[in-house]
Design a protein around this ligand. Sequence first.
Ligand code: CMX
Length: 436
Amino acid sequence: MNVLKEKFKEQSTALKAEVRAMLKEHGDTVVGEVKLSQVFGGARGIKTMVYETSELDAQDGIRFRGYSIPELKELLPTGDGKEPLPEGLFWLMLVGEIPTEEEVRWLTGQWISRSHVPEHTFTVLDALPIDTHPMIQFNLAITSMATDSCFSKRYSEGMSKGEYWDATFEDAMNLIARLPRVAAYIYRRSYHNGDHIAPDLTLDWAANFAHMLGFKDETFTDLMRLYMTIHADHEGGNASAHTAFLINSTLADPYLSFAGAMGSLAGPLHGLANQEVIKFILKMVDALGTRNPSEEQIAEYVKSTLAAGKVIPGYGHAVLRQPDPRFTAQKVFAEEHLQDDEIVQVVWKLFKVVPPILDSLGKVKNPWPNVDSHSGALLIHYGLDQYSFYTVLFGVSRALGVVAALCWSRALGGPLERPKSVTTKWAKEFVAKKKA
Ligand code: CMX
């Protein structure tokens, strides 16, 4: 058994026993109350699932196994570049330890050796109209790879419950290994006449992805490493992670679970916001007739967008109540590498202008920028201006956290998810009874 799997087995076996003992003794402990506004309000803040790989704090933002993004930038191996390697983050999320350079190199090798994409996945993609949105292509490609699922195969052969984590681990590793090739194939078929670029098996996971997309600039490669690291996980309740978690709780395999997650990510209130942000910015500079608009011009445009009953993409969050540390990490990158870029300047002006306007509405709980408000400006700078593809990049990264979490869920024997729904009639009668 490989070293990562061995570590995972040891830790998850111990934690499973601990959880059992804890629930036997403290299973009736009350962890919170549920208000009617939460029942009607998207279950905000209700603790209903266990998810090991990261935690989100409203003020501090995301912590991966306790580490903030600036800490990860200090501690994770960087390979041939300056930014943390996503391999290192995956290792950390899976087993809670910062890996060594050697361990990360081993993981890169594992993913290279597992990166073969089945031929029929390309056939599925090639059957789609060329202008099919990349997220539709991505979703279908992932679903098509479920034909190779170790979990499904072993389940149909009668594997025991104790092996679920093992089969999930194998699928998790294979899925991550294949995604860059799949995503790059979608990109090259959609925007470069199907002129595909063969993988370079000497490169790390993110660098090979950048290479297959067709970008040679070393700084872009580093941007991909950073991008793939910061988008990887956002605890379990976000729509994409939760979708995967829910699907996987039925023992559907990790491919089907992750494909479902990509359906959630493709919504404009979630991952698709990264495309919506850059569309919004480009439309705005076009309407204002300048790529260097004043703060006053931007404020007027933002107000007119709100007056038209639309949201400002890239702002607000269901949990965060401060600027998103993932936004800050990208801003730091831009300050180092491309601070004179006009679109980056617009992003920074929006950062000044939008929060007070959203605050003035009196209903927006978080007026600050989220992860999606900066990413497009960085990508456009390096020539990746096909913004319909941006959510696929988010999706490739999101696999790291989601599938690591699925390994934990299967190892701890996570149950079939089945929350209770109520009707409005029930709610009205409940309120009336309480009042009486
Ligand atoms: N622009 C305008 N109005 C906004 C807003 C924004 N950026 N953010 C929130 N609001 C509005 C909501 O639409 C809601 O209005 P109504 O009461 O009229 O329906 C009100 O403010 C209260 O919303 P909230 O409690 O502050 O926010 P939610 O938890 O309901 O929603 C989110 C969170 C992200 C969906 C919302 O802030 C939004 O629509 N943002 C723009 C889209 C976006 O950037 N999404 C990406 C999020 C990050 C990610 O998942 O990738």
